[in-house]
Design a protein around this ligand. Structure first.
Ligand code: TRP
Length: 469
């Protein structure tokens, strides 16, 4: 997929280029579409009261997510290195300082931390492929499906095993080079996921309480909105688009000069948002029809879908396919999460990709053990952030390791990274540089610059300050 011809006389990539505009769009889409859309978005929308939260999330995606994504791609393409080195190089070149490399460094760290728990949840999806195929959910009651889930995550050996399996698969692909195979996989997976979600939507519309689900998701009740949930919505906009940590910057480093950054970003943001909304539209009508709790938390998709599909003809089949596709989606995201760290190790310490993948992957696996055990042996080890354990809207306990790592990365590190990235692209880089990358000074450029200089950084700052204080 990568070729080594440069677009023109500019700085050339250290690793070759994406073979086509489509290859890049597919790689970025593959990183964006993942557990964030199907596992996380529905459960946090449920925990944060639905409608108003969804609306804030959509605003964040468009007004903050878009300009951050464009900034990341343009910085990556101009720097042509891993995020740490690109930020250092451009910081110097634009007359500021090499210290901007710390933004890249924070991204490398965020990627490692996110993948440590992401891999645990991805392991759950692997387990659910096997469970669905075995037919345990066929005709099962809500209690039984809940008990299956509880028994599984309560068994640390099983959770660690599937986490290990998933990390092994991820290390394997990253070691061989992100480019190979990824394109084909994403090309098949995203459309297949879309089709399956549409099939499930059909089922949900006929067998679920569709009106109730629709109202929950799209009728905003601003009384339920706190600064805390606004921060969760903002953090999720970053998480789901894979931005704020240099992953898209790392991919942008391999992008040919003649590709439109605005066009690519628009396509990726639209596909990612569509899939998240579809997933929520499938899940909530089923939640209401089966009298489940909207604020169920991380187990939501693992309980609603098997339950509902267990009652549908051919349910075991659809459920298996669904979790297979979700595992693939998680896999292509995991590859993106490792890319900044791996590219950095390869360039900085002159290691091979395989060595870097094993080193970084091993570290991530080790850290992931803490999150894996947050659901069983370490479930009473709680600190720092407040959480609502029974879904009644009252914060009644401290968070587990998993809760804290998720909160720190999604709600603090990614928005902070996004803030610094837009400040860099909007204020530190001169107009000529950014106009050059974004192709001219037309309406799109002006809009981007307004968002990157003012709306995005100020928006992020206001939310962070209000939510934390
Ligand atoms: N966007 C991914 C998802 O929704 C998760 C993610 C966050 C990610 N940051 C990333 C993936 C960076 C790749 C690179 O599941």
């Amino acid at each position: 997929m990568l070729s080594d011809q440069a677009g023109d006389g500019k700085r050339t990539s250290l690793h070759g280029f994406w073979s086509s505009r489509m290859a890049f769009i597919l790689a970025v889409t593959g990183s964006a579409v993942g557990l964030g859309n199907i596992w996380k978005f529905p459960y946090i929308a449920g925990q944060n009261g639905g409608g108003a939260f969804v609306l804030v999330y959509l605003f964040c995606v468009v007004l903050i997510g878009m300009p951050v994504m464009m900034s990341e791609i343009l910085i990556g393409r101009r720097g042509r290195r891993n995020p740490v080195a690109s930020m250092a190089l451009l910081g110097e070149e634009e007359g500021s300082s090499r210290n901007w490399q710390w933004v890249g460094g924070m991204g490398v760290l965020a990627g490692i931390l996110i993948l440590s728990y992401y891999s645990v949840i991805a392991g759950w999806t692997l387990e659910y492929v096997a469970k669905s195929a075995s037919g345990v959910f066929t005709g099962a009651s809500a209690d039984l499906v809940g008990a299956e889930f509880g028994a599984f995550i309560g068994d640390w050996r099983k959770v660690v095993l599937v986490h290990t399996l998933f990390m092994g698969l991820t290390i394997f692909v990253v070691a061989r080079g992100v480019e190979r195979g990824l394109e084909q996989l994403v090309k098949f997976m995203v459309p297949a996921l879309l089709v399956l979600l549409l099939v499930l939507l059909g089922y949900s519309m006929t067998s679920g309480h569709f009106g109730e689900g629709l109202a929950f998701l799209f009728m905003p009740d601003f009384g339920k909105l706190t600064w805390e949930s606004v921060l969760v919505a903002l953090g999720h906009a970053f998480f789901t688009l894979s931005i704020g940590m240099g992953a898209i910057m790392a991919y942008g480093a391999y992008l040919p000069e003649d590709t439109s950054i605005t066009g690519t970003s628009t396509a990726v943001v639209a596909a990612d948002t569509l899939i998240a909304l579809l997933a929520a539209l499938v899940i909530f009508p089923l939640v209401f029809a089966n009298d489940l709790n909207t604020a169920e938390g991380p187990g939501l998709v693992f309980q609603t879908l098997p339950l509902a599909l267990g009652q549908m003809p051919g349910g075991a089949f659809f459920s298996t396919i669904f979790f297979v596709l979700l595992s693939f989606a998680a896999w292509t995201s995991a590859i993106g999460l490792m890319e900044p760290a791996v590219a950095w190790i390869v360039e900085q310490f002159k290691k091979t990709r395989a060595q870097a993948a094993v080193m970084i992957g091993g570290l991530i696996w080790l850290l992931g053990l803490c999150s894996a055990m947050s659901f069983n042996v370490l479930s009473d080890f709680r600190f720092l952030i407040n959480v609502d354990t029974d879904g009644d809207g009252i914060m009644d306990a401290k968070g587990t390791i998993f809760d804290n790592v998720d909160y720190l990365t999604s709600n603090i590190m990614l928005p902070l990274g996004g803030l610094l990235i837009t400040v860099f692209a909007g204020w530190v880089m001169c107009r000529n540089s950014t106009a050059d990358e974004l192709g001219g000074s037309g309406g799109f450029y002006t809009a981007w610059r307004l968002l990157a200089r003012f709306i995005a950084p100020i928006g992020i700052l206001v939310v962070l300050i209000n939510a934390v204080s």
